[in-house]
Design a protein around this ligand. Structure first.
Ligand SMILES: [Zn+2]
Ligand SMILES: [Zn+2]
Ligand SMILES: [Zn+2]
Length: 491
């Protein structure tokens, strides 16, 4: 066969070609698909690889020490091997220049004012005239005026600042300092000192029991009993300092960096036989508090047993949470009335039981010891303190007693729920709700201020999507009695 015969060459190459049927069955690599549409003799020769070469070669095993070094090389590359310090110079320079972390929230929005500058007209008036203007203003407004522009600051001099620093103008000084609240996220206004202190546990502030020393800032008056930090008594051994009301309301008003969330203030604790739980919520910039106090009760208690159950022997305050006006009014009588509604189990042994059941059947009465108790028209309605924004609900409920883990036991319990409005957290002197809850003002009238919208309704509607059953709210103190402990009908 001659090599230049075209027919002979075609037939030879055709003979080396794989069959059509084999082409479809064979799985070809991606390289052969892109390089040539049909397999030729040359491609068969160069594309051939022994089967062992196609297998992935496993990496060589490395010594454990080398593996350990490789693992930590990346993370430790910026650390000094001798001192363990960070060698990142950018971080070092930033730490030197910025004492506090930068946050875009710190830059306050500056509103554009297109009016022509008024410095010339301010400067045209004599200092005497400015002094007679400031004589008509209160010290807070005078300081604000002096700080409003350089010209006014030069005209008024140091006079407004010395005036506001006088002890008799302490209230005006606090009013001025409250205006700076937005500019100082890392500080908190201390009311006994009238100064802003640096927050010592920034963002980590936790509400602690009363016996735990828990300062949120370093204050020279920390242990001064003559100038105590304002606080509100929640229950025995528990109180809320005003600083926590400030932190919660500031966080809501500005941003979370200014304080802590209201949810983080909630606590559960036990006091003697009472189980307590508190929860907080901010509505319209004011901090609302709910404290639920619960205790298992026995039926048919005598009056002395009721007093033992309700009052603490240490300070003769109720175990449950109450406002400063609990002695004036019907709150304790309502609790005693509710305790009378705990069903009394009847002795069901022998003939007595048969007789009792017969009597019940005749009277149409169910004398089941585990029956759901019904309360009367006196203890069932919700009560509102007329002198402070506080509402109470006293209930007798069937509750699971979990003290014995081996048996499921349901018992009757008295549940006293208190809702209070602790104010907007600006100042303990100007926030009338705070002052009223602590019994420091007599000007507050809760029925006039709250109107038809109950604190309990606002609070519960924030947590439940169901409709809240309407309850009648009546005054806790219908006769507007005052005097507290001086009267002898409170015990
Ligand atoms: Zn202080
Ligand atoms: Zn009753
Ligand atoms: Zn009250």
């Amino acid at each position: 066969m001659s090599s230049d015969s075209p027919g002979g060459k075609r037939s030879f190459s055709n003979w080396l070609k794989p069959k059509k049927s084999r082409q479809t069955l064979r799985k070809r690599g991606a390289a052969s698909l892109t390089s040539a549409s049909s397999t030729t003799l040359a491609s068969v020769k160069t594309g051939y690889r022994p089967s062992y070469e196609k297998e992935d070669v496993p990496p060589l095993p490395i010594a454990p020490l080398q593996a350990h070094r490789e693992k930590y090389q990346g993370t430790n590359s910026r650390l000094d091997t001798q001192l363990g310090e960070n060698r990142d110079y950018t971080n070092i320079l930033h730490a030197l220049s910025l004492q506090e972390q930068f946050d875009p929230d710190d830059v306050r929005t500056v509103q554009k004012d297109n009016r022509p500058p008024g410095e010339a007209s301010i400067a045209s008036l004599s200092p005497e005239l400015w002094f007679s203007i400031t004589d008509c203003l209160d010290p807070t407004t005078t300081v604000c005026l002096a700080l409003s522009s350089k010209t006014l600051y030069r005209r008024l001099g140091h006079h407004p600042f010395t005036k506001i620093a006088r002890p008799e103008n302490f209230g005006y000084k606090l009013d001025f300092l409250i205006l700076l609240d937005r500019c100082l996220p890392h500080h908190l206004l201390c009311f006994p000192c009238g100064k802003y202190h640096r927050r010592s546990q920034e963002g980590q502030e936790k509400l602690q029991p009363a016996q735990v020393l828990n300062p949120v800032f370093r204050c020279p008056n920390e242990r001064n009993t003559l100038r105590p930090q304002p606080r509100h008594r929640i229950a025995h051994g528990r109180n809320i300092p005003f600083a926590f009301v400030q932190l919660a309301t500031r966080a809501q008003r500005f941003s979370l960096r200014y304080g802590i969330s209201a949810e983080s203030l909630g606590r559960r604790w036990r006091s003697e036989e009472w189980a307590m739980s508190s929860r907080y919520y901010i509505a319209d910039g004011r901090l609302l508090m709910r404290v639920t106090s619960q205790r298992f009760v026995s039926p048919a208690l005598k009056i002395s047993a009721k007093r033992l159950l309700l009052y603490s022997r240490e300070d003769y305050w109720p175990f449950f949470s109450a406002c400063a006006h609990w002695r004036d009014g019907d709150l304790m009588d309502v609790c005693k009335c509710a305790l009378d509604h705990v069903p009394v189990p009847r002795n069901t042994a022998g003939l007595q039981g048969v007789e009792g059941r017969l009597k019940d059947a005749i009277r149409g009465r169910n004398n089941d010891a585990r029956a759901i108790p019904s309360q009367c028209g006196r203890c069932q309605p919700m009560r509102r303190c007329p002198f402070c924004p506080t509402e109470y609900l006293v209930e007798i409920k069937i509750t699971e007693d979990r003290r014995n883990p081996h048996s499921v036991d349901f018992r009757h319990a008295i549940v006293v729920t208190r809702w209070s409005d602790l104010g907007d957290g600006t100042s303990p002197f100007t926030s009338i709700e705070w002052a009223a809850c602590n019994g420091e003002t007599e000007e507050y009238d809760s029925f006039k201020s709250l109107g038809r919208r109950a604190i309990s309704g606002i609070f519960e509607s924030a947590f439940t999507h169901d409709t809240i059953p309407g309850r009648r709210i009546i005054s806790m103190n219908p006769d507007n009695k005052r005097g507290g402990e001086k009267r002898n009908d409170w015990y």
